[in-house]
Design a protein around this ligand. Structure first.
Ligand SMILES: NC(=O)c1ccc[n+]([C@@H]2O[C@H](COP(=O)([O-])OP(=O)(O)OC[C@H]3O[C@@H](n4cnc5c(N)ncnc54)[C@H](OP(=O)(O)O)[C@@H]3O)[C@@H](O)[C@H]2O)c1
Length: 216
């Protein structure tokens, strides 16, 4: 499958590496198609990897992943031609964390979410929030955390959520551990868990943990 990965940070590179390892063809997108991070990734990835702008990567992918800095995701998404992603599944893994004051806070929450903002910016895309509630190593190798921990999905398109669950299955996520939270408004909760996640990470001194659901 062709996947467009928007984002050259550790998350974009980790997802892109795993997708290439699993024989997908990946175009990584950046603000500049000849930026150092994106061109270095593409040359290391080999024949299944390529570099482009955010718009190029979104146009290329049958599935598109937003792994840009959450506070800047709308700027990145704003460079994408909305027609180029019509009908495509767009997986939003970004978190709108606002580190500007040193406090743990989100730039959008309660009555809206970054995921909903992206859906409004790209109305023809089938946007699914997923994987934002865990470290990127856990995203692509769930087996590194013991136990029946989970990956959440939410969005308005049932078929899109199934496509994401299937893709997560290739990463090693059993279907029963992909938990559907419902419509896209549920992304508010998935994003608002991040201050809790960060507090745990800072106390533990690392990100190799995840959330699990216990009980009926
Ligand atoms: N770290 C984790 O394990 C983890 C886990 C779950 C979710 N997340 C979320 O995943 C996302 C990516 O995190 P990350 O640490 O890999 O990378 P990051 O440093 O948060 O973001 C890097 C990407 O954001 C783009 N970007 C930065 N400023 C921009 C601007 N003004 N306009 C447009 N694009 C801009 C960069 O573009 P260029 O390529 O042009 O530099 C780059 O592609 C974040 O939203 C984060 O909250 C992270």
């Amino acid at each position: 499958m062709k996947v467009g990965v928007l984002g050259t940070g550790v998350v974009g590179r980790t997802l892109a590496d795993r997708l290439v390892e699993l024989s997908n063809e990946v175009r990584m997108g950046s603000r500049s198609a000849d930026g150092e991070a994106v061109t270095q990734w593409a040359s290391a990835a080999g024949e299944r990897g390529s570099a482009g702008t955010f718009a190029d990567a979104a146009d290329y992918g049958e599935v598109v992943i937003n792994a840009t800095a959450g506070m800047r995701s709308l700027d990145a998404i704003g460079t994408v031609d909305p027609w180029s992603v019509d009908g495509k599944v767009l997986i939003d893994v970004a978190n709108p964390l606002d580190f500007s004051t040193g406090a743990l806070k989100l730039s959008v929450c309660n009555t809206d979410s970054l995921c909903e903002q992206i859906q409004r910016a790209l109305p023809g895309a089938r946007v699914v929030k997923s994987l934002n509630t865990m470290n990127c190593e856990v995203m692509v190798h769930p087996e590194i955390v013991p136990g029946d921990h989970v990956a959440f999905v939410c969005g308005n398109d049932e078929g899109a959520k199934q496509t994401v669950a299937d893709l997560l299955g290739t990463f090693g996520w059993p279907a029963e551990r992909v938990v559907d939270l419902g419509g896209i408004e549920a992304a508010r909760g998935a994003e608002m868990i991040l201050p809790l996640w960060l507090s745990i990470m800072m106390k533990k001194g690392g990100g190799r943990f995840n959330f699990a659901l216990l009980g009926g």
